[in-house]
Design a protein around this ligand. Structure first.
Ligand SMILES: Cc1cc2nc3c(=O)[nH]c(=O)nc-3n(C[C@H](O)[C@H](O)[C@H](O)COP(=O)(O)OP(=O)(O)OC[C@H]3O[C@@H](n4cnc5c(N)ncnc54)[C@H](O)[C@@H]3O)c2cc1C
Length: 553
């Protein structure tokens, strides 16, 4: 038995409540970015009630267009097709797992601050349990729910518990407000002090749902159509959002053909005109990234046990192409389908059974990066997302006006004229995923070479990434832009990186077919071709493929 499938014993909790209680206790577990049953502390706490109502709320504020907020705000679409699909699949999977254990999932569309208190009143709940994320937007929503519960006649409380990081915040050697702003001292502080990583808790034995769910008085609700979720008109009519037919057809959800075309999305995008990029997905380009706890566990087992890939992770993690150069666990970790502690537990089991080497250590090292960014956001709050960042950099001369709009548009359309950058953007838009190496390069090109406001690149990633995590995304962008957790210059020599990591040009040929015919000598620097060379290879710069958007030396 592992942390992924161990069942908790419910008898103690049930006995401790005594048998003479007249009225059964009712709790709500409000699922947010914790779409799993294993190692879910707040679900486990909620499961000590006699009756449990598991709830998920689609908040329209998380979909459609959003104001970035703060100084120099801009408008961007919060979520694109990849994460919408992944989340919907994850909810279908969660509901199926809950049903298999005699429970169910109530799904609603609307403001959680209205919906959670209304459900609590309907089932006469005593407590609400939810995960805790110390991220401004998520905290703000939880606070509004708390306030509205406090105003309700029963004054119900909400109990939030962390469960998203490897290290429990209470176990850190110093309070989150005092952790170091640089990764290495932070990592050393937990490693050198032997801070324990808590054992994952198993799947709790779930209490039955309240009578009103069993007898059908409370409607279960259905997972809304993901396309409708980005459509402001449909959002004003929550009834129109339900599409129970698709939900009851899991085959359709797992069909790779169902991966939406990035060119086909109707996302309005005021800061960026993304143009049309044909998806043309091929097997092996990326994982299908089907959402759900069960698919997340299957991927973890495939990567560690069946494929035995972990033993060479450190050597392959900077590759660009293929399914297994890295774990590809990030989408499941970030929607909460997998717990980082369960991943860690599985790595330790792999180390005992197969091999413990620098690769097995390095996967945990990367998970500590993820923790680092989560705790940094907890420490700095909204400042972390501001343009000057935590370093208060007001000396950076960002481009503005038409120049900025042009650079951003070309970058976001994968038409900068720099093939390594264009390949990355096109891959991201087609698959929702990008290797870490490629993320670093496309980001650095935008912020260090084009000097476009780093938050706009990060917001574009927020829209398109299937594995978007506010802390890791904005943290990595700020880091590369020089406004975050490192004072050193983080600019990448993008062409040098392309030559080193894509020496034969296979990656750019895959995603930038217009230049696939070019020999390795020109494939990363087509602008160095003379007119004669262009004619020889039948690629005309400025016609078949753009000239670079900035001067390249
Ligand atoms: C500009 C930029 C934006 C990024 N945005 C995100 C994001 O929104 N969500 C996200 O999960 N990661 C983000 N990353 C970090 C990293 O690129 C991805 O975590 C990684 O590529 C995911 O693939 P994987 O699961 O195969 O990673 P692996 O290499 O297998 O690593 C295992 C896990 O460690 C964590 N991890 C690895 N590298 C990092 C890192 N640099 N920072 C934080 N955590 C890390 C992730 O949880 C990852 O799943 C970003 C990096 C950059 C440079």
């Amino acid at each position: 038995m592992t942390g992924l499938d161990r069942e908790c014993d419910r008898s103690t909790a049930a006995d401790s409540k005594g048998h003479e209680r007249e009225r059964p206790t009712v709790a709500i577990h409000w699922f947010r970015r914790d779409l799993r049953l294993h190692d879910n502390p707040s679900l486990t706490s909620a499961s000590s009630a006699d009756r449990l109502l598991p709830v998920y709320v689609f908040d329209p504020a998380d979909y459609g267009l959003a104001d970035y907020g703060g100084r120099d705000s801009f408008v961007y679409p919060k979520i694109g097709p990849h994460r919408r699909r992944f989340r919907r699949e994850a909810l279908a999977d969660l509901r199926a797992s809950l049903r298999a254990l005699g429970s169910d999932l109530i799904v609603r569309v609307g403001d959680p601050a209205t919906i959670i208190p209304a459900l609590a009143a309907a089932v006469d709940a005593e407590t609400i349990h939810a995960g805790r994320w110390d991220v401004p937007e998520e905290t703000e929503t939880a606070d509004r729910v708390r306030e509205s519960l406090a105003e309700s006649p029963n004054r119900i409380s909400i109990d939030v518990e962390p469960g998203h990081t490897l290290y429990h915040p209470a176990d850190l050697p110093v309070a989150v407000e005092r952790i170091d702003d640089t990764y290495t001292p932070f990592r050393k502080s937990v490693e050198d002090d032997d801070v324990p990583i808590r054992e994952p808790i198993g799947v709790p034995a779930l209490p039955p749902p309240p009578e009103s769910v069993v007898d059908g008085t409370i409607d279960l609700g259905s997972v809304p159509d993901p396309e409708a979720l980005s459509n402001p008109e449909a959002l004003s009519n929550p009834e129109a959002l339900s599409n129970p037919e698709a939900l009851s057809n899991p085959e359709a959800l797992s069909n790779p053909e169902a991966i939406p075309s990035p060119g086909g999305t109707s996302d309005p995008d005021p800061i960026i005109d993304v143009g049309d990029v044909p998806p043309d997905l091929r097997p092996g380009d990326a994982l299908a990234f089907r959402g759900g706890e069960s698919t997340g566990i299957a991927r973890l087992r495939e990567y560690l046990w069946e494929g035995d890939h972990l033993r060479q992770y450190k050597q392959t993690r900077n590759d660009l192409v293929g399914r297994n150069f890295a774990s590809k666990l990030s989408p499941w970790l970030n929607e909460g389908c997998l717990s980082p502690r369960a991943v860690h537990d599985e790595v330790r089991r792999y180390e005992s059974a197969r091999v413990a080497n620098e690769s097995t250590y390095w996967l945990v090292f990367e998970l500590i990066w993820r923790d680092f960014f989560a705790f940094q956001v907890a420490k700095h709050g909204g400042r972390y997302f501001s343009r000057p960042g935590i370093r208060d950099r007001d000396d950076v001369r960002w481009t503005a006006g038409d120049d900025e709009a042009r650079l951003l548009r070309r970058w976001a359309a994968g038409r900068t004229g720099v093939p390594f950058v264009d390949a990355g953007i096109r891959e991201l838009r087609a698959t929702g995923y990008l290797s870490n190496r490629s993320r670093q390069n496309v980001a650095s090109f935008l912020v260090n070479d084009c000097r476009v406001d780093w938050r706009k690149g990060a917001a574009f990633f927020e829209t398109h990434l299937v594995d978007y995590d506010p802390c890791s995304n904005y943290g990595n962008w700020a880091y590369i832009a020089g406004v975050g957790n490192d004072s050193r210059d983080r600019a990448f020599d993008v062409v040098g990186q392309a030559r080193y990591y894509d020496g034969d040009g296979a990656y750019v040929r895959r995603w930038v077919p217009e230049i696939a015919r070019l020999p390795a000598e020109y494939v990363h620097e087509p602008w160095t071709m003379s007119r004669g060379t262009q004619a020889e290879h039948d690629v005309r710069l400025g016609a078949d493929y753009p000239r670079p958007v900035i001067e390249m030396d």
